[in-house]
Design a protein around this ligand. Structure first.
Ligand code: SAM
Ligand code: SF4
Length: 328
């Protein structure tokens, strides 16, 4: 699948549920309303869609959410997708808040998962509770170490929040180095109505990087995961640190991905509203060829890039839907 700007689309992110056992302040309002069950694709429907994408050239799939590991029977989907590894699919990964990872780490590895991204914004139990509202640091840490013990490579994702965790990045970088994890810092993106003020949360990573350089030697690398992160090697630990800077740096040029929600809506860009309703195609009994045609038609509309802005006067999100719908 080649989009109108010549980019090869090989990476599919699937948000398997919009539900979550956390209520992170930058992601959700505390009283979120979730989608009715009937709107959500079954695991079989998700698998069928994934199969169509793989036939069209998708080589990497990441399951995300909401919290993917709270979806009932989600391991069935991991196993059926895992069975496609080596048969068109090269990699199956997951992004999780880690709360259920201690339970699932071994099964994920057995299904063919080799790398997991775990979101962890702080190493302070109090701050963790404040950021996630409903989460517990010890459970996420247990999950992270269970993943490591199961032989999964762990990357820690941390959203940089002004005045909240900005004093912790040195400690987190050292902690990741000690345990053999890569670290990826993310700028907050203006998506979905939340209770907090986004302009207050926003911390430019250019500033974080120059502060880190006081203590660490960060060596430029050409390492890419096919994603928007810029990676450096931390000389002292040998681990990598990545920076995802949608607000300060346009990362769209090399975009290779599209996002499927749990309702079968395909978003061609995280920061745009255009979408394709694949559930309607699926549920009117489309053949495989028709399904593939609908996917191709959507890819042909993939936009050049996002236009995220923080509307400072009204503090309105650029994109109305929440990150938990598309999974980041
Ligand atoms: N629940 C899982 C988790 O937290 O890893 C997967 C879904 S979550 C939506 C995926 C990633 O998006 C997390 O790393 C989270 O921190 C990040 N995220 C959520 N809302 C965001 C926002 N408004 N700006 C930037 N990153 C955000
Ligand atoms: Fe849940 Fe992940 Fe959103 Fe936090 S960032 S509320 S863990 S979906």
């Amino acid at each position: 699948m080649i989009d109108p700007f010549g980019r090869e689309i090989t990476y599919l992110r699937i948000s398997v549920t919009d539900r979550c056992d956390f209520r992170c302040v930058y992601c959700m309002a505390e009283d979120m309303t979730f989608l009715p069950k009937a709107d959500i694709l079954t695991l079989e429907e998700l698998d069928r869609l994934a199969g169509a994408f793989i036939r069209l050239g998708t080589r990497k799939i990441r399951l995300t959410g909401g919290e993917p590991l709270v979806r009932r029977e989600v391991m069935t989907l991991f196993r059926s997708l895992g069975a496609r590894l080596g048969n068109g699919l090269d990699e199956l990964t997951v992004t999780t808040n880690g709360s259920q990872l201690a339970r699932f780490a071994e099964a994920l590895r057995a299904a063919g998962v080799r790398r997991v991204n775990v979101s962890l914004d702080t190493l302070s139990a109090e701050k963790f509770a404040a950021i996630t509202r409903w989460g517990r640091l010890d459970r996420t840490l247990d999950g992270i170490f269970a993943a490591k013990a199961a032989g999964l490579a762990v990357k820690i994702n941390a959203v940089a929040l002004k005045g909240v965790n900005e004093d912790e990045f040195d400690t987190m970088l050292a902690w990741c180095g000690e345990h053999g994890f890569d670290l990826c810092l993310i700028e907050t993106m203006p998506m979905g109505e939340i209770d907090a003020d986004r302009t207050e949360q926003y911390l430019p990573l250019s500033l974080v990087r120059s502060r880190l350089r006081h203590r660490w030697t960060l060596e430029e690398t050409s390492y890419r995961t096919g994603g928007p992160a810029r990676y450096y090697t931390v000389a002292k630990t040998g681990r990598r640190i990545g920076f995802i800077t949608p607000m300060t740096h346009n990362f769209c040029e090399s975009c290779n991905r599209v996002r499927l929600t749990c309702t079968g809506t395909l978003y061609m860009c995280l920061g745009q509203d255009d979408q394709a309703d694949l559930r309607a195609v699926l549920r009117r009994g489309a053949t495989d060829a028709e399904l593939e045609g609908a996917i191709r038609a959507a890819i042909a509309r993939k936009p050049r890039g996002h236009d995220f802005v923080i509307d400072r006067r009204h503090d309105r999100p650029s994109v109305a839907r929440h990150m938990s719908l598309t999974g980041g």
